[in-house]
Design a protein around this ligand. Sequence first.
Ligand code: BEZ
Length: 252
Amino acid sequence: MRVQRAQKWSVSGYERNARFVAELGSPLIGILNPVEGERILDVGCGDGFLTEKISEAGATVVGVDTSKDLLDAARARGVSAQEMDGQRLEFVEEFDAVFSNAALHWMPDAGGVAAGVARALKSGGRFVGEFGGHGNVAAIVSAIYGALRINGLQSEFENPWFFPTAEEYGSLLEQHGFRVQEIALLPRPTPLPTGIEGWLETFAEPMLNSIGREKSASVLNTVIQLLEPTLKDRSGNWTADYVRLRFAARKP
Ligand code: BEZ
């Protein structure tokens, strides 16, 4: 049996353990620079925290996501949100800009995303995003692999995350007709407000659940032990080794 790829999101868990993900993505809205009257698509909008912020500029924003629970939370904020996979976007030349924060690393079909965004944009439209880049949460990924091996489960994990280099993602955007204006990897050590336990609860436990509750608890304990020497400081605070890939591109 392989660990399933599908991620199940808990709205309350996300709020408790991962609110920082959207908060730290807020500066990206400055790069997007939304203008009153524009139509903007937010790919992987989650609970709509940033979608709502973008709309405060007077733009009409549509969010898409695959999690029904997060979409309900987005709608509860008054955000217009539709169930749609970012790898299979269905829009045609209707947006001035496409935005995405901390979502594209959950979409391994990056070509499908780029093709759908290119199709969704009007000519001259911009694509602005940030997600996990090469080396993102490397210590955590290594600890998950190590913990599975220690627990005799090494063949059961399929890494669900896409963390490309700037060169790989830049050339993929160009292959889909974009002009890349900026693209860079930005190391961003990120304090975890609820520690590594909270992070794993939200981002790793739902994937590991299919190996069974008992085995998954044992794997998570081992992951924590393996990470303590590098991600936990002497005051007991945890910091994750985030690396963001930030980019801005334009459809000619
Ligand atoms: C991220 O935002 O970089 C991330 C979140 C969860 C799992 C992996 C990466």
